[in-house]
Design a protein around this ligand. Sequence first.
Ligand code: ATP
Length: 582
Amino acid sequence: MSTPELLPIATGARSWAFLSGELKGRRVLGLVTLVISAVAAAMSLVPVYVFGVLVDRVTEGAPTSTIVSVVAIITVAALVGGVFTALSSYLISKLGEGILASLRQRVLGRALHLPVNTLERVGKGDLLSRVGDDVAVMAKSIGEVIPNIVSALLLVSLSVVTMLSLDWRLGLAGMVAIPMYVLALRWYLPRSAPMYAAERVAMGERSQALISSMQGARTVRAYGLEQAHLAEIDAASGKARDIGITVFRLFTRFGSRSNRAECVGLSVILAAGFVLVQDGHVSVGEVTAAALLFHRLFNPIGMLMFSFDDVQSAGASLARLVGVIDMPDERSRGTGATPTDGTLEVTGLRHSYDTGHEVLHGIDLTVHAGETVALVGSTGAGKSTIAAIAAGSIDATSGQVRIGGASLDELGADGLRRHIAIVSQEVHVFAGSLIDDLLLAAPDATRDDVRAALDTVGAQEWVDALADGLDTQVGEGGHELTSAQSQQLALARLVLADPAVAVLDEATAEAGSSGARDLEAAAAAATRGRSTLVVAHRLTQAAAADRVVVLEHGRILEQGPHDELVAAGGRYAELWSAWEGR
Ligand SMILES: Nc1ncnc2c1ncn2[C@@H]1O[C@H](COP(=O)(O)OP(=O)(O)OP(=O)(O)O)[C@@H](O)[C@H]1O
């Protein structure tokens, strides 16, 4: 089995450029957020600094009442810090959610416009994992990781500045720890990534072993395979456990490396402070403040180091999302050509799917304005492929499709949507109110237009019977519609979109016979006056059409009105008598 091609992934530089572009668009909010967060971080350093001052006052023999002013300052700093921290969290999430919303919109906007041929090539899995998993990873990063990182970075920078301002030598002493932190990260990151990946795989295998044994429990019992399955689960669990322990061991070793950096940093500050105090360059209070400041950094630095994994995976997700956003929009903009009438003309159509095997071998077909043409043929003859190409859903390998003399390219994506619509086998009801679902086809339609469209397709009665009528919530999580009702809605959307040309490739085969008759009547009403190409899943649809085109193995075998073809005694006559004799 060949691995499907994946959608593109952006480079690191391009992902950064995307992110900074998003930030530039929110410059003011970004700056205000930074200033407020810096004030919040500074307020959290005040108690440490004031504590150093207190040490000096006590050393100088200041009265006990000094403590009152110190407590007052710390209280005010805590209150101001609290307010600014809350404000900063709010602003960071406002900024982050804005960027996330824009990212989501742009990815979805691009994904929804990807040509079907591209989707066929890459498989839907990759796209779904990007709009699902990668967006979720980004949401987690933006919601939780980035705000913590921003405040930790600000706290670290301000602490270093404060330490340097206390005495540059104390600042430098604290910085001795930096290379140790860097070394710890350089040791950890290349080891952790493959190990986390292996852990995820092992956990997946363990779930798989469990699920398959549970699902096949009866068979396992019937064949006495309990021990074999338990051994399999045991092996998978053992592997996941062993990797889990190795990951934990790696993590503790990383932790001890970062503890070592903390220990060395603090010791160097204390030793340097001892010498500096002895030489009279700094006070005991200043050294105390520097040591406490450094100690205060243990948590934020640890947070920064332990967030590297998350940052790496957020970076990978961002690159995959920007990769989709940057895909060139291949939709044709059109030349502004307008069709002279509703004639649908297909000439010299050939098509091969990715398998390379040609499934249409030069189809010429015309549906005159207002005419209904039915495509008939055995399974795999190529009916749905012609329908999808005629409606512009997929691009043919070669050949032309014209509406009223204008090619689909000349009409462009928007023109195409105005002049032709397809009701395909995949009828999707979007989650939301029923009326919103219908308005997708014609956003400017009024409630009366919607009612009239429902009436045309015979759906008005059951819609009125719903608890909230047109405003009933449908789709996932809402009122469940039958497949016949969903198809009626698709037909009502067609009526609302009001194109000159309609292509019907509905999945009516499984509908019960009276249901199928109702849907046929609905389809006939919805397509009245339009040039209609209908894939006839039942021959009654062909009998009702103006003309029937019989396909076999990607070629047109015969065509003509139903009665003539039956009289001619060819392939269609065979199909018809088989159908009648069911
Ligand atoms: N997405 C696809 N990728 C590869 N091959 C495809 C794809 N869709 C259809 N085919 C192949 O193209 C040929 C024509 O299929 P098509 O669905 O157009 O036939 P059909 O006449 O509509 O059949 P049915 O009545 O079963 O829907 C078949 O051989 C089918 O296997």
